[in-house]
Design a protein around this ligand. Structure first.
Ligand code: SF4
Length: 283
């Protein structure tokens, strides 16, 4: 099972996205997937290139729309494992509505956000997850807006799996993505993935100094939603691990009680006269 292909990523040397790609490839191999059992759907941004770098089905879709496409792919062929991915601009600005509604819909797929707190592809503008006061060419006096809190957002939107990791910790990130793939429902994974070219504040060293692992919080129980939310707030969103995991709530397809059919598995044989009648309805 090799999820590598011959395409060389054109990310800047040192970009955190390399490790996210490696962790996804490793996690998919570890859970026993074959390349033809995986679809990777990405949005627009540096991170959006990921779908072209993995040996699987893939779509480099449009800005902020990776999730609608990923949900459609999953519902059309429920035997596929679907991973949607994008950056903080893609998922928390133009795609924010889709992020929230995908979370509460709970379709069985994994969403990996490569969060570098800046727009990298367009050369360094403030993003929704940039901190208050963050200086870029679009906010030369510092960002006036407060940053979004992806983990609080996910928990309060009804997510059944919420995790966060750091691209530098590839072992933890791989384990989290494996758990996300195995989760029966929508799995939300925010990954701090430094942009070494344009973000000179949230660097690898900065994250190493500021992140707190849930493993170091005594008695932490990721089944306890209230504790999950309180912990995220207390640490200003800078925690890593599986923050909340609800294994009870059924996925979207499970709630369809057998009415959920994979259209991709339906026979395309059709009586030509019925097809003509169908087409006539659209004329
Ligand atoms: Fe990575 Fe930033 Fe370079 Fe984009 S601009 S490839 S996010 S380091």
């Amino acid at each position: 099972k090799d999820f590598r292909n011959s395409v060389k990523p054109n990310w800047c040397p040192g970009c955190g996205d390399f490790s996210v790609q490696a962790a996804i490839q490793k996690a998919c191999a570890n859970v026993g997937l074959e390349p033809e059992e995986l679809a990777v759907i990405t949005g627009i941004g540096c991170s959006g290139r990921l779908s072209g770098y993995i040996n699987s089905y893939g779509v480099h879709s449009i800005h902020g729309r990776a999730l609608p496409m990923a949900q459609g792919v999953k519902m059309a062929n429920q035997e596929l494992t679907v991973i949607a991915s994008g950056g903080d601009g893609d998922g928390y600005a133009i795609g924010m509505g889709h992020t929230i509604h995908s979370i509460r819909r709970n379709i069985d797929l994994t969403y990996v956000v490569m969060d570098n707190q800046i727009y990298g592809l367009t050369k360094g503008q403030t993003s929704p997850s940039s901190a208050h006061g963050f200086v870029t060419k679009t906010t030369p006096l510092g960002s006036i807006e407060k940053n979004v809190s992806p983990l609080e957002l996910a928990i309060t939107s009804g997510a059944t799996f919420v995790a966060q990791s750091f691209s530098s910790d590839i072992k933890e990130l791989t384990a989290i993505i494996e758990a996300a793939i195995n989760h029966k429902g929508f799995a939300f994974v925010n990954v701090f993935s430094p942009c070494v070219t344009y973000n000179k504040v949230n660097t690898y060293d900065w994250f190493k100094e500021n992140l707190v692992s849930l493993n170091d919080i005594e008695g932490y129980d990721n089944k306890d939603k209230k504790q999950a939310l309180n912990t995220v707030v207390e640490h200003n969103g800078l925690v890593t691990g599986i923050i909340y995991h609800d294994t009870e709530t059924p996925s979207y397809a499970e709630q369809l009680n057998g009415y959920s059919k994979s259209l991709a598995k339906e026979s395309i044989e059709m009586d030509p006269s019925k097809f003509e009648a169908l087409m006539a309805e659209f004329k």
